[in-house]
Every structure is written in C-alpha cells, then in structure tokens.
Design a protein around this ligand. Structure first.
Ligand SMILES: Cc1ncc(COP(=O)(O)O)c(C=O)c1O
Length: 463
C-alpha cells in the first residue's frame, strides 16, 4: 500500500486536467481526489479487520456527497458528528443502520431524531443517557445505543486533537467516574455498546491499542455482572479512528495490519471469529446477510448459546487514514515577492482551506511541489527558501514558512499534498472567498465533484 501519491502521478493528473480544459481561467485553485487510491485504501482497511466489522468512515473528514456516494458503494458505514452529517449520509443512500451518530452535544430534539430514525447512537455523557431513557419510554426505536468512555490513558503529540487525557471534554472518564459508569450499565439494559476515540493524528499506535485494552477490560467486568444476572452483555465495541498517517514522503506511519494485530493480541475476545456474528446488533454492513429484527429491547446483542461468549460487533471510525492521502490541492502562483533572505509565493488558498496549518504550523505540515504552467514538475532548489502565503487579510494567513522549493515563477502551480481529508471540510468563510472547483479522477477520467462557488451562492451564504 503506497502512503503518499508520488509527485509524478500528481503532475500527470494535473497536466491531464489542464489539457482537457478542466482548469479554467477562474479556477485559481482546484482540489483533486483520486478515487482509485481511495478505493484501494478502503479495500485494504476492510482486509485488515474481521469481515463483519463496520467501518464508519468519519464524515467530518470529507463530507462531499460524491465521495459519500462512492464510499457507500464500497460497503462502508459512516460516523456522523451532527444531525447535519446524518442528513448527508441519508441523502447519499446510507441506511440508518449504517450510521453511527456521535455528536458530543445532542439536544433533546437530536436524540429524538436519532432514535426515531434508528441509527446507532453513542451517548457522550451520563445525563444524555438519562434523557435517552426517558425518551425510550415513549418511542419505539430500532437504535442500538452505546456510551463514549474516556480511557484516560494520556495525550499524544498534538494536544488539540488528543482526547484521552485525564481530562477530556468528551465521554465519561473510566477511572474517575467508574462507579457511575457501572451504575449506568446496571440501570440501563438497553445500553449495549461502548465507544472510545483516543485522538486524531499525533497518537502512537501503542496509545490507541492501550485505550482499547483499558476499555475492553472494563467491559469484560461489566459483562460478567450482566451475564450473572441473565442480562444482555455489552457487545458493540466502537474503537473510533485516529491511526496516524504520513504527511511527507519521509514519514513511516504504523501499518493498519500491524494495528489490528496489536489489538488482537491485547483484546483477543473482540476478534474471536466465533463471536463475530451480526445477529441482534441491528447494525449492518452493506452486503451483510443479517436480517435480524431490530426492535428496541430485543435487538441487543446476545450471548453465544451455551458458551457464554459474546457476539461482538466491532466498529471503526477512521477518517484521516482513509481520506487524506487520496487528495491534493493545486493553486496558481499569482505573485512571487523576493525579499532579501526569503521569497513569498502568493497563492489563492490560505487559512480558508488550511485553518490548522496556518494557526498551528508546528503540528500540521504538508509536502509541497511546484509545477510549471503546463503542469510539468519543476526540479532543483532556488537559492532562497519560500513562505507560502494565502489571499486572506490577516498576517497569520501563511501556510508554511521557509520551505526549500525549486525557483517559483508567476503562473506556476503550487501543489499542497495530502489534502483529501480535513481540508475542504474545514473551509472558513472569512473574507468571502469562493470555494474552489473540486475534481475527481477515476480510471483516467475526470468528473466535477463540486463546482467552483458562484458569486451568487456566496452572497446567499450571508443572506
Ligand atoms: C469520535 C471520533 N471518531 C472518529 C474520528 C476520526 O478520527 P481520524 O480522522 O483521526 O481517524 C474523530 C476525529 O476527530 C472523532 O472525534
């Protein structure tokens, strides 16, 4: 599995787009998505986990409808962080039992909406569980329900995306609120799932494994008590996302197959093939044969016959790992300023498309390449490094500082690599720039995934 799309491939795809007239004068910046690469990534992900694992791709990383339609045809599920994202999933053909709804701040209306629709829902806190309990007295729901638990195993290298420290705004902490959690599992028989997410990028594979291990141990204890009382065990185990990826040709991120092997060693029960049955969980991977009834109260996972084993339903929520490396962004270089000691390439995307990179450049970096006006890769290095500056009206609108690049000239194209996720989904409206054209490339053919925003649509946003 290649990690980062090679520079030559990017140059070839871009040149083809230019040649086919897909980059018009007004397309000062264009985003590209390589569907061949995306498909290979998803196929590899699926091959690493047991076949009935539900892969709930994190919509927040890439909510483009054409992308969601494509990932659905590849048999994935989706993770939705808001009612808006649930709606995107429904619009692109996902069925409710292929949606994992995780919003950290759900209103009463959000909870009702999710329960009536029948999605799998992870509650964030104990008060939310109480609200769900009250609602379930009046709603017949097909939903399965879990609780997000913070395994409190520490933070990774990037603080703003680490969510498993002693304190986190997400979930219920497993150590400091253990009694309350045990009570919740004792009081709510409909609570049959657990959910964790340790962090995004910046967390070593060992941390992610440790988080799953801590939660697995806790759930095994809960299940002992439940089965002793003849109650349904907890059997939906959502491990979240977070496996880091490579943002440069030099980085060697952990391999998905090694992650799964380490999880299997730490929490073997979750991977016990005899326990991997779809029955009773209500959740469904596309193409799965399960047709189990999904009524509230009877849909909860069951014990495996006389052995007492749990039929685990494993869920993943990868976003970055699936999407980021499959896309890149190209902007025309409008001007080059040559100051003593530093050049500045002035381009057409900045903190509007690269919020994290501009505000926290230490933690968020990309590879860059320079293509000439015809899309040919430029080689060599200029004698001064470059700042890459966006078009917005604030001094922090600088994507990267002091980057060694080939000699950059007006009319060249600057490539920002690995922008297939957490890029367009984080678009900021500051300064009212039009969103760029977005192209998909599949088996040598382009399609427009999203048109460049018109001035009329832009005005409409502020209406
Ligand atoms: C609850 C949850 N699940 C999944 C993800 C996806 O994480 P990643 O894109 O790092 O795989 C996130 C990211 O913030 C998240 O908050």
């Amino acid at each position: 599995m290649i990690e980062n799309i090679p520079r030559n491939t990017i140059s070839a795809i871009f040149s083809q787009a230019l040649h086919e007239g897909l980059i018009r004068e007004e397309d000062t910046a264009v985003l590209f998505h390589d569907f061949n690469y995306l498909a290979s990534r998803i196929a590899y992900l699926k091959s690493c986990f047991p076949s009935d694992t539900l892969h709930g791709l994190a919509i927040k990383s890439n909510p483009l409808l054409r992308i969601l339609e494509f990932t659905r045809t590849m048999g994935t599920c989706v993770e939705a962080a808001t009612v808006g994202e649930v709606t995107l999933a429904m619009r692109t053909g996902y069925s409710p039992n292929q949606v994992i709804f995780d919003s950290p701040v759900k209103t009463e209306a959000d909870l009702r909406f999710a329960l009536e629709l029948g999605v799998h829902m992870n509650c964030d806190n104990l008060t939310e569980l109480n609200r769900v309990d009250s609602l379930l007295k009046n709603i017949t729901s097909n939903s399965t329900i879990g609780i997000r638990i913070n395994p409190q195993i520490g933070v990774g290298a990037i603080l703003e995306s680490s969510v498993a420290g002693k304190y986190s705004k997400f979930g219920v902490p497993v150590n400091t609120m253990r009694r309350e959690l045990e009570d919740a599992f004792a009081n709510y028989p409909w609570l049959t799932g657990v959910h964790l997410h340790v962090g995004s990028q910046g967390c070593a594979m060992e941390m992610l494994v440790n988080g799953v291990g801590v939660l697995y141990d806790f759930v095994c204890e809960v299940n002992q008590k439940r089965t002793a009382k003849g109650e349904q065990p907890v059997a939906i185990f959502d491990i979240g996302g977070g496996l880091p990826i490579s943002y440069s040709y030099q980085q060697r991120p952990p391999r998905m197959e090694d992650y799964v092997a380490a999880l299997r060693e730490r929490a073997p029960g979750l991977f016990d093939s005899s326990g991997h049955r779809a029955q009773g969980t209500g959740l469904r991977a596309q193409g799965s044969e399960s047709s189990s009834p999904r009524h509230h109260g009877t849909m909860a996972p069951r014990q495996n016959g006389e052995t007492g084993e749990v039929s685990w339903r494993l869920i993943t929520e990868f976003g970055r790992w699936v999407f980021v490396n499959s896309g890149f962004t190209v902007s025309r270089v409008e001007y080059v300023k040559r100051d003593p000691g530093i050049n500045t390439a002035m381009i057409h995307v900045g903190a509007d498309l690269f919020v994290r990179e501009c505000l926290n450049p230490t933690d968020w970096k990309h590879e860059y390449s320079i293509l000439d006006s015809q899309g040919k890769l430029k080689k060599g290095l200029d004698d001064q490094p470059y700042n890459i500056a966006g078009p917005l009206c604030f001094a922090g609108d600088i994507l990267a500082k002091g980057i060694p690049l080939p000699k950059v000239e007006e009319g060249d194209w600057l490539v920002i690599h690995d922008t297939g996720g957490y890029t367009f989904s984080m678009w900021s409206r500051y300064n009212s720039r039009q969103t760029p054209r977005i192209l998909g490339w599949f088996e040598g053919t382009f399609s427009v995934l999203k048109e460049r925003e018109s001035l009329e649509d832009l005005v409409g946003f502020w209406e």
